[in-house]
Design a protein around this ligand. Sequence first.
Ligand SMILES: Cc1cc2nc3c(=O)[nH]c(=O)nc-3n(C[C@H](O)[C@H](O)[C@H](O)COP(=O)(O)OP(=O)(O)OC[C@H]3O[C@@H](n4cnc5c(N)ncnc54)[C@H](O)[C@@H]3O)c2cc1C
Length: 492
Amino acid sequence: MSEPIVVVGGSVAGLIGALAIARTGERVVVLDRDPTPFPDGPDQAFDPWERRGSPQIRHSHAFLARMHNLIRDREPELLERLLALGAEPIPFRAQALRHFPDAVFEPRDDEAVLLACRRVTLEWALREHVLATGLVEYRGGVEVTGLVSEHGAPPRVRGVRLRVGGGEETSLRARLVVDASGRRTRLGDWLHAIGAPRPREIRQPCGIFYGSRFYRLLPGVGRPSPDAVIGADLGYLKCGIFPGDSGTFSVTLAAAPDDDPIRGVLRGPGFDAAASALPLVAEWVRPEVSTPISEVHGMANLNDVRRFLVEDNEPIAIGIVAIGDSLAHANPITGRGCTLAWLAAYALARSLERHGDDLRALALDLDAAVERECGPWVRAQIAQDQDAVLVNEALRRGEDPYRFERADGTIDPKAFARSVIREGLLPALREDLHVLRAFVRVIHMLDSPEDLLARPDLAARVLASHARRKERDPAVLGPSREEMIGILAAAA
Ligand SMILES: Cc1cc2nc3c(=O)[nH]c(=O)nc-3n(C[C@H](O)[C@H](O)[C@H](O)COP(=O)(O)OP(=O)(O)OC[C@H]3O[C@@H](n4cnc5c(N)ncnc54)[C@H](O)[C@@H]3O)c2cc1C
């Protein structure tokens, strides 16, 4: 039998990558370190499923339209199964009608659908679906510890070293190795050990920690808002509400990792007090509306990262590629991780179909596709996070980071851009369907952020909205940082 393609990591990226590859006729083996048995259903998985290899499954997730549409078009049975398990498509039209009751829609508006589903439910259904196809061999409790290679320039990867249940190290030969072992991948060490360079990285701290808690709506109570994307940015604190499957939703509060007083939101009483003090969140977490179904889960050390396995048009090693968080991940608050993983997985399957017999050409083709499909998102996020860190620092120094008119009458361009977003773009989303549609398409990764910036019609509308800023009452998103510190201290 021919050597298989070995996928390291059997989470969202590894599973969809394995299936996409298997559908091209390849033999695929997935190896995952976590030894935990597969639960009987998503509700059984929600709390006790031990997935140390993917701790973010306990956090809020939104699945964007680009990914929803890929599932619908490529794996319709998976979408059916997710819907049967209580996942819910939330269409743009519902959100638009709330603000624009007379909205005239375009056919492309049907593309913008968010899939409301807990991350645990998605992964559970995806694993069930992949196993049911019979096309992929899944081996749990198998830790990959390194690569098997032949010397060369660049080195040629021939398989993986592995350990089962803490036993002796053995190896498995592979035609191609796909690293899908997540944001904490050891790929750099593995490549270094076989004489290849560590992949070059672009890395930017997201400037936030994450605190998430799940809730279930009480029987007979609907979601307080039909919007798919619900969030607010208070500068020192970001909050998001993520609709889930089966009447669940989660709330995430995110703030700067070194803002010690605000870290109080990571404890139950602090989280509850902060949630109740934020008008947007408060209406969801009232006891007459919902009840908590999880603890507050925290996560720190969040970065935007893009790794490159091709340099100067040459793969750094032949016979190894990466997809998912191992290759690129960005600030979780924008909910793009799984969509990026899905895009890279399908790009890999396409590259295999074109260049399956020439692994160098395959690596170059994949690199170009990932740069085209995923690169703009990571770059945009890095720029956004760099600025968010500056905004946060300015707020803590007591400065106004949105004040763009300098004392000498000149304009601070960075502050002007922030003000245009806050006092031009955000109000325009409620006042101008044209702007809302364009923004939602970028949020859902249907249009590139670079295209959006290049559209003069939109810029004119947003600037016109900004020019009207003094006619509006200032939006009150929640307490000031000082007030919130008092609220958290009282809750503690
Ligand atoms: C706080 C948070 C919130 C997020 N929110 C969103 C969101 O709203 N929407 C969204 O789309 N994305 C979101 N993401 C990103 C999303 O969770 C990931 O993009 C997604 O899980 C795909 O990850 P992955 O499969 O690449 O890696 P992971 O899910 O991290 O899985 C890696 C897998 O590799 C296995 N593994 C690791 N090392 C080895 C080894 N040596 N040998 C064998 N197996 C190994 C692990 O056991 C694990 O199963 C969020 C991420 C975080 C951190």
